[in-house]
Design a binder for this molecule. Sequence first.
Ligand code: 5GP
Length: 147
Amino acid sequence: MDRSEVPMGDDTTIFGKILDGQIPCHRVYEDEHTLAFLDIFPLSPGHTLVIPKQRVAALHELSDESAAAIGRVLPRIARAILRATGATAYNVLQNNGAAAHQAVFHVHFHIIPRHGDAGLGLGWHPTALGAEAAAELRSRIADEIET
Ligand code: 5GP
């Protein structure tokens, strides 16, 4: 087994410990495949984390079943957060890998309601997409998609 086959998200992560009941959380939702709870260092009131119960580090490692379960509950939890906080805008943030600012290596989605500009700051520095590069990248990615 090489490093790429070793699951990085396991019961040693803080979220694994929350799933095991070793560490408390402010739970807002739970079902067979998912758990949602308040972020302990919120960027804004209502900042919530939605996690799969499957213990993997990154989004691309999720089973179809876990991915579907997360996709099903995210809009539901977002609606609840909007109603509960009065926010009308929110960001969904999902970091994969240390270079992408992931600190806890168990898949999680941040739902961050926006109350003005406070909390989350995003640097967004677009570049141009040339026709040749687009054609080449499009086909390389499309060819890699598992069906
Ligand atoms: P990441 O940078 O990995 O996407 O974000 C990890 C998030 O987990 C951070 O927003 C951090 O505040 C949150 N977090 C870290 N430890 C705990 C904890 O023990 N309990 C809760 N509820 N959130 C945590």
